[in-house]
Design a protein around this ligand. Structure first.
Ligand code: 4UU
Length: 544
């Protein structure tokens, strides 16, 4: 029998998601205190009120409508900046979806996402305009690039418009677009899933509304109120440094707006700015990824700041070990809860969340979230595993994606009869707490970010001196994992450095082959030609 969520079921509004956000923004504005929505983490004098957020969102909506943007895709190539929020709402009003890309992406990576997503518009930052322009050359669907802010003293190339011009669009009436909440896309994040290259994950309005409704309900009944029964989110500040292009950071941005909080937007994780913000804003809850836990546990710079306000850490996106949690508890006695959630882009963000009312054991990633059902099956079979026995985690429910854009086969092998096959191996105990123990899929996670081996393998195979290759993740104390390449040479003069130098300009810094390059006679493969990654992983760990 599938496992049901132990959390109370949640009623999911059947409405376009942006309406929920706008209702909440209206409510915050109606409080009449000119509430600040965002403060720049890099410069605290730089702020945006909720009223400005709404005004910008409406102007973006009208601008996009005027240029013929309909139920289309808009790519966003930005570090964390608050413009993300108004742009996203503006797109959604038109029935369009935002597809976020990392600001670290190279033109090679960007072009692949622009083409695959068939994006019509790109929003970017002036520093990235050169690489975006390069990528756009090969992306026939892109009609307009919006750039924040306008590059000083320079005129803009044709097809490029400044953010200031966009938000100056007069708004007399908003576009009236009927939204099919079950089928229209709200966001199109990229994920490699269990195998292959990054793919567009089609998340509908209803998917994301379900996710957010469940997140808010569990927060209220089982998490935040345990920390402080007089909890008033309205007075709290949220640190927004996890990337908005990833479901985790995007979810936190939405949570912040829906709760009428003030978000401290950090363009990226920078230790000094981060620690200063925790100290100055007396942050009580930190949502982060395990490498930042390692930083907090080990880095000497942390001792220079007063971090005693932190009462709770919520980690996700990669495993956080027991030793690390204990180290943190020792260093920060005020931290009452150090917890993990678990999730996946393909189920809109989190499928498991901690239950603080019932003492979450160390190492567990929480309990199945509301409205979801789960099965743990023996890999490759349909046989359900009993409690305490490991198997592949499969989840079903309203947060599971519609599918991968333009890839029916990948969709069919990932979502089977409504069950999302996560490619993760885990088990649950008698109390319904989930423990992740292994990863069946090939995905590598560096600092919580996805590194799809297939993408690197594809690139390596384009090198004339490489006959075959395979990329795996090897454990790393700081980053979690690092990509390592096994290479079969077509020419024995090829060196490790040459391989690394070849990859370097083509992919983002976190995807570099920092786990090393090992030359091998042959890549071990199954009879069906599938790379036997487990064999390579064992070979690699035996060498350490
Ligand atoms: C071991 O990483 C994510 C989503 C993370 C998330 C977000 C909000 C977790 C909790 C939360 O509250 O998505 P993806 O698609 O980038 O990566 C998904 C994969 C999983 O399949 C699993 O392999 O990332 C890994 N993963 C974890 N592994 C995610 N969370 C964990 C975890 N422990 N806690």
């Amino acid at each position: 029998m599938p496992h049901e969520s132990p959390y109370p079921p949640v009623k999911i509004p059947v409405r376009p998601y942006h309406e929920l956000l706008l209702d909440s923004i209206d409510k915050t504005i109606a409080e009449g205190k000119n509430k600040i929505a965002f403060i720049s983490g890099d410069n605290p004098n730089y702020t945006l009120t909720y009223e400005q957020l709404r005004k910008d969102a409406f102007a973006v909506a009208v601008y996009l409508h005027n240029i013929g943007f309909k139920k289309d895709v808009a790519a966003v190539v930005l570090p964390n900046v608050w413009h993300y929020a108004s742009f996203f709402i503006g797109c959604s009003i038109n029935g369009g979806a935002v597809s976020g890309a990392s600001a670290l992406f190279t033109d090679y990576e960007l072009q692949r996402q622009f083409v695959d997503s068939r994006a019509k518009v790109v929003l970017t930052y002036e520093d990235f305009l050169p690489k975006v322009l390069l990528a756009v050359k090969q992306s026939p669907n892109i009609q307009k690039i919006i750039v924040i802010p306008k590059p000083a003293g320079s005129s803009l190339p044709s097809g490029v418009v400044s953010w200031n011009e966009v938000i100056s669009t007069p708004v007399t009436a908003l576009p009236q677009v009927p939204i099919d909440v079950h089928n229209d896309l709200l966001v199109l994040p990229y994920s490699s899933g269990t195998t292959g290259p990054p793919k567009g994950v089609m998340l509908s309005h209803y998917n994301f509304t379900s996710m957010i409704s469940m997140y808010l309900a569990i927060d209220k009944s089982h998490n935040l109120d345990v920390l402080d029964p007089n909890w008033d989110c309205y007075k709290e500040k949220a640190l927004l440094f996890l990337p908005f292009y990833h479901v985790y950071g995007f979810g936190l941005l939405n949570h912040c707006i829906l709760k009428g909080m003030t978000g401290i937007v950090m363009s990226h994780f920078e230790p000094n700015n981060f620690l200063t913000a925790v100290q100055n804003y007396k942050i009580r809850i930190l949502c982060l990824v395990p490498p930042i836990m390692v930083f907090l546990a080990k880095h000497p710079i942390c001792a220079k700041f007063d971090l005693s306000s932190i009462q709770m850490i919520m980690a996700g996106a990669a495993p956080a070990g027991k030793d690390l949690i204990e180290e943190l508890k020792k260093r920060y006695p005020n931290m009452k809860y150090i917890q993990q959630g678990y999730g996946m882009t393909e189920c809109s963000m989190a499928s498991h969340l901690p239950d603080l009312r019932n003492n979450q054991p160390y190492g567990s990633v929480g309990k199945l979230a509301s409205n979801l059902v789960m099965r743990i099956v023996e890999p490759g079979t349909d046989r359900e595993q009993p409690v305490n026995q490991r198997g592949e985690i499969c989840v079903r429910g309203p947060t599971v994606m519609l599918g991968y854009l333009g890839r029916p086969e990948a969709t069919a092998s990932t979502v089977i009869d409504g069950w999302l096959h996560t490619g993760d191996i885990g088990y649950i105990n008698e109390d319904g707490n989930l423990f992740i123990v292994d990863r069946l899929k090939e995905l590598i996670k560096v600092k919580g970010l996805q590194v799809p081996p297939a993408e690197l393998e594809d690139l390596l195979l384009s090198h004339p001196k490489i006959r075959d290759c395979a990329v795996i993740g090897i454990p790393d104390a700081k980053a979690g994992e690092l990509p390592k390449a096994f290479v079969v040479r077509a020419d024995n003069t090829l060196t490790e450095q040459e391989v690394k130098d070849f990859v370097k300009p083509k992919v983002s810094p976190y995807k570099q082959l920092e786990g090393g390059v090992e030359f091998i006679e042959e890549i071990p493969k199954s009879a069906a030609g599938k790379i036997l990654r487990r064999f390579l992983r064992d070979r690699s760990s035996a060498k350490l």
